[in-house]
Unconditional design. Structure first.
Length: 162
């Protein structure tokens, strides 16, 4: 079920730059139902909660889309908290590699380091980074955006394979 959810999400994110609600909601509910049948409904809710705890702040800072947050919540509901953390680890690795490649391909190395500095200064002063630079808002077309559902899919599949 995990592979099916993340692959469908990755396809949608690549083609239409969105992750549909019907997929994330059904993935979350099926994860809870499946874990309940296996005697682990609490683990399912912990995984869902952990994913929201980590991803919602990124969404609020406009560094992550809502579909990505809901997808990771569904992954948490399916996998549980311990496995979700492992999937997050692999997702972060795939995301970092993809981001580095994109930065070099788009010739944005210097601008990226400037944006990292701006992000750190903004957060240090209690401001949202996107308020000083619209490029840092995932909702804006100006910034570099990765289809995060693809890196989530890669992270989940790598976790399952290993």
């Amino acid at each position: 079920m995990l592979v099916l959810v993340v692959i469908i999400a990755a396809i949608f994110d690549l083609r239409w730059r969105r992750v549909p609600n019907w997929l994330t909601v059904s993935g979350t509910l099926l994860g809870i139902v499946l874990n309940t049948a296996l005697g682990g409904w609490w683990s399912s809710l912990e995984g869902l909660g952990l994913a929201l705890l980590i991803y919602v702040p990124l969404y609020l800072l406009r560094g992550m889309g809502g579909g990505d947050v809901k997808l990771m919540a569904a992954v948490g509901a399916i996998a549980g908290p311990g496995n979700w953390l492992r999937i997050l680890f692999f997702t972060l690795i795939f995301g970092a590699v993809a981001a580095i490649i994109l930065i070099f391909v788009k010739r944005r190395v210097r601008r990226t380091f400037q944006n990292i500095g701006l992000i750190l200064m903004s957060l240090g002063s209690g401001h949202a980074p996107y308020s000083k630079n619209p490029e840092l808002d995932v909702r804006e077309e100006k910034g570099l955006r990765l289809p995060h559902a693809v890196t989530i899919a890669c992270g989940a599949i790598a976790f399952l394979v290993l």
